[in-house]
Design a protein around this ligand. Structure first.
Ligand SMILES: NC(=O)c1ccc[n+]([C@@H]2O[C@H](COP(=O)([O-])OP(=O)(O)OC[C@H]3O[C@@H](n4cnc5c(N)ncnc54)[C@H](O)[C@@H]3O)[C@@H](O)[C@H]2O)c1
Length: 336
């Protein structure tokens, strides 16, 4: 059992990871400024887990406040989710992204050094591969940022790697997520984007709930079997379990390890849409729009390293992802 601090712990992936860590007997504390999370998340986590974990409403850029959290309880590791994550917004407001993501991480790392916490599991992204030349993508593929969000992820990966190299940190897992979707099967927590969703599954769910008229598919002339883009969709509970594995391996290892987290199977937008319709029985109106600049035709992981290094593979199916996403959308529509 370890005591672990989750920055951004009230967010989509952080809250599901908290459930998975608590189920494995770890002690968890959440740090979040609630800029993109609902205050209903901590009580809902308690409803799911029956555990009342401490919640610190703090901004990661406030180094002194983070230091005080570390001074009050001894943490063995930090899982660092807190960040801004919208590609379009990052291009519109680069300074905000450098501030929250890069300066925020610098602040957190400074506080960790002060407290002598040497292990970090970091939320990276498949976006660090840019527009990949080959699929499946292995961790040794060239890294290339095609937008400011991706650039911040690369900078943060480098910062963390340099701190391990210079002995300030002992262990870092840089977890490169592909496309997390789904929700906890209770329907109590899930992805709750503010404003218009920029990811496919939440948008699909809002169309199914008749909150939006129709889904726009960005391009149907890609060199893929049905012409729509292919992505590696991954259930958020599988992703949460990967974090448990990473933190547990981190407690007994040293060095920096970049690891892809995906299923290894790509599905097209059309396939996901049909899977959603078949699972929920709801027809989804859609139209075809222009390609979005920077979107790759195909992007899916080679997940072999996650299996050998973490003993982890994704288990849940596309049907599980659609069913759990829709349950969350359906149940949460009343309380959001
Ligand atoms: N969801 C995805 O598709 C995806 C894919 C790849 C990588 N990631 C990365 O995973 C991490 C978690 O993503 P998510 O989908 O759970 O996003 P999210 O927005 O749901 O969670 C991020 C959390 O961080 C908090 N936060 C933001 N700025 C903060 C600050 N300055 N101080 C304290 N808390 C702050 C937000 O309130 C939110 O609760 C992010 O780093 C994201 O870049 C997400």
């Amino acid at each position: 059992m370890a005591r672990i601090l989750l920055t951004g712990g009230a967010g989509f992936i952080g809250s599901h990871t908290a459930v998975a860590l608590l189920a494995r007997g770890h002690e968890v504390a959440l740090l979040d400024n609630f800029s993109n999370a609902s205050r209903s998340v901590p009580p809902r986590l308690k409803e799911i887990t029956r555990v009342d974990c401490p919640v610190h409403e703090v901004d990661i850029r406030d180094t002194e406040a983070v230091r005080q959290i570390f001074a009050a309880a001894a943490f063995e590791a930090v899982i660092h989710f807190a960040a801004l994550k919208a590609v379009g917004e990052s291009e519109a407001n680069p300074l905000l992204y450098f501030d929250v993501n890069v300066a925020g991480t610098l602040s957190l790392l400074t506080a960790m050094r002060h407290a002598g916490i040497g292990r970090i599991v970091f939320s990276s992204s498949a976006t660090v591969y840019g527009a990949p030349e080959h699929c499946p993508i292995a961790e040794i593929a060239p890294l290339h940022a095609t937008n400011i969000y991706g650039r911040t992820k690369l900078i943060m990966e480098d910062m963390i790697g340099d701190l391990v190299r210079t002995g300030i940190l002992s262990t870092a897992f840089l977890l490169r997520y592909f496309n997390p979707v789904g929700a906890h099967p209770s329907g109590l927590i899930g992805e709750a984007p503010c404003g218009v969703p920029t990811n496919l599954m939440p948008y699909l769910c809002q169309v199914a709930a008749r909150q939006r008229d129709c889904l726009t598919i960005f391009g149907n002339d890609y060199p893929t079997p049905d012409g729509t883009g292919i992505r590696d969709y991954l259930h958020v509970m599988d992703l949460a379990e990967a974090h448990c594995a990473a933190v547990e391996v981190a407690l007994g290892t040293h060095g920096t390890h970049a690891v892809n987290l995906g299923t290894g199977t790509g599905h097209s937008v059309m396939e996901l849409l049909h899977a959603f319709e078949n699972t929920t029985g709801i027809e989804i109106p859609y139209k075809i729009g222009a390609r979005r600049p920077g979107d790759a035709p195909s992007c899916y992981a080679d997940p072999a390293l996650a299996k050998t290094m973490l003993g982890w593979t994704a288990k849940r199916t596309l049907v599980d992802m659609c069913r759990d996403s829709w349950r969350w959308q359906f149940l949460s529509a009343k309380v959001k």
